[in-house]
Design a protein. Structure first.
Length: 80
């Protein structure tokens, strides 16, 4: 478990705006401090891919601007 990471964004749902995958630095848009901000993003498990447009769940925030994300669990998904 990554105890040294900031959990202030844990549980936020974002939309991928730059493909996320192993060895790449993607991008996610998140609601943050009254607006919408772009955050650099990496897969939490280090192996998953998330295409542009996919909704993801933030697991950890690493200041200044990187989040680690996972796929949305089924119970949070809804028809769009």
């Amino acid at each position: 478990m990554r105890r040294d990471y900031d959990r202030s964004l844990t549980g936020k749902i974002g939309r991928v705006t730059g493909m996320i995958g192993p060895g790449t630095l993607g991008e996610v848009m998140l609601s943050f401090q009254g607006g919408t901000n772009a955050f650099m993003a990496r897969p939490y498990d280090g192996t998953s891919f998330y295409p542009v447009g996919e909704r993801v769940l933030v697991m950890y925030f690493e200041p200044p601007q990187t989040v680690f994300v996972e796929a949305m669990p089924d119970f949070l998904k809804h028809d769009e």
